[in-house]
Design a protein around this ligand. Structure first.
Ligand code: R5P
Length: 295
């Protein structure tokens, strides 16, 4: 019997495309809240002996994770042989150290929770900084799929003379990869964060690149302040309005409005988290990684 794919948060465009590309069966189920807010789950499929894929991007993880775990446990209870998680955006990777006394290192605890309920994990460009690989925190087989190829294809198709700019040291991994694929120059800035919304980045040296279109590339847009600080430096230097490209657009609060007020030319994201800025499709890279886990 074909593997089953469930989207606990409801069907997404990316989830449906991945399901079609893999040729797996979109599982029928009911998830709703009881009047007291607890989760009710009923699976409308034969699960015994089946491979199962749960597909859900983990933005707003605190709302989604318990439901996901209860669904995985239900499927296992009904006889599923293996349950994998495809989380195009993987949460809780950024608090990867104790920056101030007494803080929890949630990038260590959350992976333990997911590892206890799933057999494998596929995600796209997780925030790997002080944690060097998913295997350092996940005890299940886990694949970090790079979005560099589809991002490079998008830039090559839409921008004539790009200059790639990474706003902080950890962005170098993505920026260098994309730049090499399209033969474009790149700069990497230094970032200092002193609060959730207080970010400073170093001033880019644009001497040789004034005519090029700046493309600020980062893994996540959360509050947008990292990109806003970078855009402000560029605005003062007379380059064309920058294009911001991110793998995961979370857009907390008024992030998009803030980027527009700072002078961004356009904002482009992959479809890891559904948003109006999605222009880069991850279907192929995700489906290829998931295939390796299915019989
Ligand atoms: C962290 O270092 C990430 O790579 C991003 O730069 C960061 O998450 C962006 O956050 P914000 O949009 O809140 O500045």
């Amino acid at each position: 019997m074909k593997p089953l794919l469930f989207e606990p948060g409801g069907e997404t465009l990316l989830g449906r495309r991945v399901c079609d590309r893999l040729g797996v069966h979109a599982g029928q189920f009911e998830i709703r809240a009881f009047p007291d807010g607890e989760c009710y789950i009923r699976i409308d499929e034969e699960c015994a002996g089946r491979e199962v894929v749960l597909f859900e991007s983990l933005d707003h993880p605190d709302e989604k994770t318990l439901r996901l775990i209860l669904l995985a446990d239900t499927l296992r209870d009904l006889g599923a042989v293996r349950i994998g998680l495809v989380a195009p955006y993987l949460a809780y990777m950024r608090q990867d150290a104790r920056f101030r006394a007494g803080e929890g290192i949630t990038a260590h605890y959350y992976p333990r929770l997911l590892s206890a309920h799933f057999d494998w994990l596929v995600t796209v460009d997780p925030h790997l900084h002080r944690i060097h690989g998913l295997e350092d925190v996940y005890s299940i087989p886990a694949s970090a799929v790079p979005a560099a190829a589809p991002i490079a294809d998008w830039i090559a198709a839409h921008l004539a003379e790009p200059l790639l700019i990474g706003p902080d040291a950890e962005s170098k991994q993505w920026v260098a990869d994309v730049a090499a694929r399209i033969g474009a120059p790149y700069l990497v800035l230094t970032k200092t964060r002193s609060g959730d919304r207080r970010v400073a980045v170093s001033i880019p040296d644009l001497q040789q690149h004034r005519r090029r279109t700046p493309v600020i590339l980062d893994d996540i847009i959360s509050t947008g302040h990292t990109l806003m600080a970078t855009i402000e430096h560029l605005a003062a230097s007379g380059t064309p309005a920058p294009v911001c490209v991110a793998v995961h657009g979370l857009f907390c609060a008024d992030a998009l409005g803030g980027l527009e007020r700072a002078g961004v030319g356009s904002v482009v994201t992959t479809n890891s988290v559904a948003h109006a800025s999605n222009q880069i499709d991850l279907t192929e890279v995700i489906a290829t990684a998931v295939r390796a886990y299915l019989p």
